[in-house]
Design a protein around this ligand. Structure first.
Ligand SMILES: [Zn+2]
Length: 246
């Protein structure tokens, strides 16, 4: 039996036998792992507050055979205030499900963990527009997973200043007017392009500096959803819940 200390966020929980549960956390050292929490559903359990969805903490685990078991832990932030606000709860659940379904078990990525944590803190804080936070999260996560869309220049000829721009999902980025020779390319206007280039480089905490028109942001949201579906083909249950909250 070996002992492991990790930091992580609880992505989901699942009841197991009468008083136990299995939690899935996204951790700094081992990526996504399942942890058996013995007795965690007993009302007096010390593990109760550590093992709820959204919790971010330090977890001390033992591993025997292939299973991690929770020994003890300490909480950094429970994020349970999200549960008091339906929109924040739905959006937070979407962030967790997106990561859960796009990353295989034990696939470590500390940048994704940092993105998730920063996003959850901003969501809880409430100072950043939720829709902008969601679209930026999508862009940054898909990029961290290795599918960064090219939004700074034409992917065919490299031209940087585009008077008229198009986007190719399959080819992975912008197409200029002279390279536009395919009917499947999506026309993208200057304001939409501006949103794409801004969210590409911006730090999440600076999102408040971006002013946008909702129609343009919705267009980018739908474009990124098509893009994500093409490269990751995920079926997210929370998508239907967040459709109508913005
Ligand atoms: Zn071109």
């Amino acid at each position: 039996m070996s002992i492991h200390k990790v930091q992580g966020v609880v992505l989901k929980t699942c009841n197991y036998s009468e008083y136990d549960k299995i939690i899935t956390i996204f951790s700094d050292k081992y990526g996504k792992i399942d942890i058996l929490c013995n007795g965690a559903r007993r009302t007096k359990s010390k593990q109760l507050h550590l093992t709820q969805q959204f919790c971010f903490g330090e977890y001390v685990l033992s591993k025997s055979k292939d299973m991690y078991v929770l020994n003890s832990g300490s909480l950094n932030n429970s994020f349970q205030s999200l549960l008091n606000d339906y929109k924040k709860l739905m959006l937070g659940s979407y962030f967790l499900e997106f990561i859960d379904k796009s990353i295989e078990n034990e696939n470590k990525n500390v940048y994704v963990l940092a993105l998730l944590l920063k996003t959850l803190y901003l969501l809880e804080d409430g100072t950043i527009d939720n829709y902008l936070l969601k679209v930026t999260f999508d862009f940054k996560l898909v990029s961290l997973l290795g599918y960064t869309p090219q939004v700074l220049k034409c992917i065919k000829c490299g031209k940087k200043t585009l008077d008229e721009a198009f986007f190719s999902i399959i080819e992975g980025g912008l197409i200029c007017k002279s390279c536009n020779n395919n009917v499947s390319y999506i026309r993208i206007n200057n304001k939409e392009l501006e949103i794409l280039t801004k969210i590409r480089n911006i730090k999440l905490e600076d999102l408040g500096k971006i002013y946008y028109d909702k129609t343009n942001l919705k267009f980018i949201d739908e474009l990124l959803q098509q893009y994500t579906n093409y490269y990751l083909s995920l079926k997210l249950n929370t998508i239907d819940f967040i459709k109508n909250i913005f």
